[in-house]
Design a binder for this molecule. Sequence first.
Ligand SMILES: Nc1ncnc2c1ncn2[C@@H]1O[C@H](COP(=O)(O)OP(=O)(O)OP(=O)(O)O)[C@@H](O)[C@H]1O
Length: 266
Amino acid sequence: MTDAAPGGRSGAAILVTDLTVRLDGALIVDGVDLEVTGGEWVTVIGPNGAGKSTALRAVAGLLPFRGTVHLHGRPVDRLHRRDRAKTVAVVVQNPVVPPAMTVFDYVLLGRTPYIPPLGRESAADLAVVDEELAALDLRAFAGRRLDTLSGGERQRVFLARALAQGAEILLLDEPTSALDIGHQQEVLELVDRLRAERSLTVLATMHDLSTAGEYADRMVLLSAGRVAAAGTPTEVLTEANLAEHYRVKVRIIPGDHGPLVVAVRH
Ligand SMILES: Nc1ncnc2c1ncn2[C@@H]1O[C@H](COP(=O)(O)OP(=O)(O)OP(=O)(O)O)[C@@H](O)[C@H]1O
């Protein structure tokens, strides 16, 4: 008998149906359908204001929405806060951080869902933090204040905190926006390696189209809150799609790991 819930472990890690989000009465995400298989990397692209961050926050259960979002078969809006945090970890754009907090203590925040109310972190929690710091080459920074780190170091710390949650689904909102080209590649390679090692499912938003296409298995082009195109990077990153939704003339050059997008003057 097969009675698996929608998007159960045998199926999608993320299953989104008719996702609709209004913010202060404005329709921001308008009937989005999306399915991400376990272990897959899907990147949402789209022009400024298309609704990418809003959609991602709704998938994370951080915003009220209409429609359904199932994470490993469970409706995100019915998950208890702790269970949700064990299921999905989010790295938002420019998170507000206590500047004087140390890297170690910040990454330890990722263990919050495992620490009993009024309880203290266990030796196992501390060990997880140490492991994540090692995995992201951050051990030397453990005692450093967050406000003394460079943009690239901070981004690795945000990732370490998310990974310390032990969630199989990772949502990344513009994970490389503050980084130079070398650190962009470093962070994305790291995510890709961890995805393979830990069978993580990645749903990201990104602006750099060529880089997005290099790492994503599939892409979704969001425009005015709706899915305008979805498929492999080669299917989505076309001159016609980008002209229509970004109002830009581009040239698409075949690359080793996907199409390379170059904007050209009119
Ligand atoms: N509280 C709000 N009330 C009304 N509109 C809002 C509210 N918050 C955000 N918006 C609008 O929602 C739209 C989508 O914002 P969102 O941040 O999701 O877009 P995005 O695709 O991630 O954009 P960007 O690429 O610029 O980061 C924007 O036009 C924004 O101004």
